[in-house]
Ligand binder design. Structure first.
Ligand SMILES: [Zn+2]
Ligand SMILES: [Zn+2]
Length: 98
């Protein structure tokens, strides 16, 4: 799988992708599309590595099964996949708490 930032094959951890796919399969099984809780309604992006050249985190969209460079904005808990425009939650480690 190619890095969405620099196109190298080494930035993405294959094991992380496999693990994420297993976890997200469970999420979709119990997904509550009517929920008012963001994290029940939308899947969380996968963190599948970081670009070795730029240090940018690489995220993974479960809808279109493709990696993309992190694109979170401050104070937001969701993003849109740049490829398929589905709503995704940001991983906990990227959220800011005050
Ligand atoms: Zn890279
Ligand atoms: Zn997508």
């Amino acid at each position: 799988m190619q890095c969405p930032v620099c196109n190298e094959e080494t930035c993405i951890k294959k094991s992380a992708v496999e693990l994420y796919k297993e976890l997200i399969a469970l999420f979709f099984k119990y997904q509550d599309k009517e929920s008012s809780v963001t994290f029940k309604k939308h899947p969380t992006v996968g963190e599948i590595g970081a670009c070795e050249k730029t240090g940018k985190k690489i995220w993974y969209c479960p809808y279109c099964d493709s990696p993309f460079a992190e694109n979170y904005e401050l104070d937001k808990v969701t993003i849109e996949c740049p490829k398929c425009n589905q709503t995704l939650c940001i991983p906990v480690s990227n959220r800011t708490f005050c």
